[in-house]
Design a protein around this ligand. Structure first.
Ligand SMILES: Cc1cc2nc3c(=O)[nH]c(=O)nc-3n(C[C@H](O)[C@H](O)[C@H](O)COP(=O)(O)OP(=O)(O)OC[C@H]3O[C@@H](n4cnc5c(N)ncnc54)[C@H](O)[C@@H]3O)c2cc1C
Length: 394
């Protein structure tokens, strides 16, 4: 493993950074204020290959590995958290689920439009009554005599909910089989919004941060889906959901890292310039040690993310590694944003400087795609499983 980007990665990152500098950075603060969704930027990122970063080239994507994807996400987050969430969820959740569970026909039908960003992808698991306990979802799909499905229910907090073109939706199709948990009997469906009736958008959320990402409620009233909409095995989608989320957590962790890094870099520049008591504030150990901790924790987060990404690309089990990486990167990323506000003092609290936006945007990474508590559940169950079989000897 090399720690620096390879020459190929550098070419990709240089092109991306130039785009971020010229096209994204100038409007990021204003979009945070207006909440305007940057549709045009997603199309341009599609042309750069970023909107189908991990989708194989045969389906119109860039076919990049997960480590490169994490680097891309870190860079976008460092400039615009909202755009970053759009890119991360479009890639990891919607396309990620189609890649994991789709038939060849479904991949050829949906992925080229998603990878080019001609259509944006949304992925609906969460509902008003089921978040962390996602197996408790209430949306239902009922099989009809002609093989089609009728979908009823609603979804909450769905990224790209109101601007999406292609949707992957989780619904209960069957009662859990005897002896199985309530996660059994859940199925996934994929469809284009303009090809179905009875699907409407409810509330779009007014959020603390990530304000120019789109978060909306979805409502399904007798939506008829053809037989070809079933994505993966009937009743067996929960295991695919877990795999989708494992991958998604590397993206959300990289987002936490990118926002934390941006806050750290801004605070470091500020601390060597800002003088109080006749010297730059960075020369006080109280500030210098904060910067040292931020730098060390962000570096450790990057390494955890890299390990999870490499395990995924090697086809090895990466569930616990992704949980550790997401937990740590989001926690230290948010902490770095908080410390950056502290280092800027009063200036950190006002909107003229970007660190308060970085904090507001980053706060989501401790919640989305499994809260920090859920990551600790995954890790602690793994620890308990590993040590339960071992005898304690003095
Ligand atoms: C901006 C945004 C974008 C989102 N995008 C999407 C999307 O695209 N698609 C989608 O499906 N969802 C999306 N979500 C939903 C997100 O994944 C959920 O909000 C998240 O999983 C938590 O669910 P909840 O909000 O219902 O909280 P709850 O599950 O009700 O949790 C509330 C609190 O209880 C804690 N808790 C719950 N159970 C346990 C436990 N067993 N042990 C310890 N603590 C526990 C949680 O950690 C949390 O602190 C998005 C949310 C936001 C805010």
């Amino acid at each position: 493993m090399t720690y620096d980007p390879t020459p190929d990665q550098r070419v990709i990152l240089d092109a991306l950074k130039s785009f971020l500098r010229n096209r994204v950075a100038p409007g990021a603060a204003e979009r945070d204020q207006t909440g305007e969704f940057p549709l045009e930027l997603t199309r341009e990122l599609g042309e750069l290959g970023v909107m189908g970063a991990q989708t194989p080239e045969e389906y119109g994507g860039a076919g990049l590995d997960t480590a490169t994807f994490a680097m891309i996400i870190e860079e976008i987050a460092a400039v615009d958290g909202s755009l970053c969430l759009t890119v991360a969820s479009h890639n990891s959740l919607c396309q990620g689920h189609i890649l994991i569970a789709g038939t060849e026909e479904q991949k050829r039908r949906f992925l080229p439009d998603l990878a080019s960003a001609r259509k944006l992808g949304a992925w609906g698991l969460t509902e008003p009554g089921s978040g962390s306990d996602s197996g408790g979802l209430g949306t239902r799909a009922v099989l009809q005599d002609d093989g089609s499905w009728i979908l009823n229910g609603s979804k909450n907090f769905i990224t790209q909910g109101s601007v999406g073109g292609t949707y992957v939706i989780l619904a209960r199709t069957d009662a859990p089989r005897p002896g199985r948990s309530k996660n059994d009997g859940i199925s996934a469906f994929v469809f284009n919004r303009d090809e179905v009736q009875g699907f409407s958008i409810g509330r779009t959320e007014d959020k603390l941060g990530l304000r120019s990402s789109d978060t909306a409620q979805l409502i399904f009233e007798d939506v008829r889906l053809d037989a070809g909409a079933l994505l993966g095995q009937r009743g067996g989608a929960f295991k695919d959901v877990m795999r989708v989320l494992d991958g998604g957590r590397i993206g959300i962790g990289a987002m936490g890292l990118g926002l934390g890094r941006a806050a750290f870099e801004f605070a470091a520049r500020y601390a060597v310039e800002r003088e109080q008591f006749g010297q730059p504030i960075a020369h006080n150990q109280g500030i210098g040690f904060k910067l040292a901790d931020m730098d060390t924790q962000l570096e450790a987060a990057r390494l955890l993310l890299r390990k999870a990404a490499d395990l995924k690309d090697q086809g090895r089990d990466f569930t616990v590694s992704a949980a550790r990486a997401k937990l740590f990167a989001s926690e230290v990323g948010v902490k770095a944003c908080d410390e950056a506000i502290q280092i800027l003092g009063g200036y950190g609290y006002i909107k003229e400087y970007p660190v308060e936006r970085f904090w507001r945007d980053n706060r989501l990474t401790r919640i989305g795609e499994g809260t920090s508590e859920v990551q600790r559940l995954i890790i602690s169950r793994h620890i308990i499983g590993r040590y339960a079989q071992q005898n304690v000897t003095a």
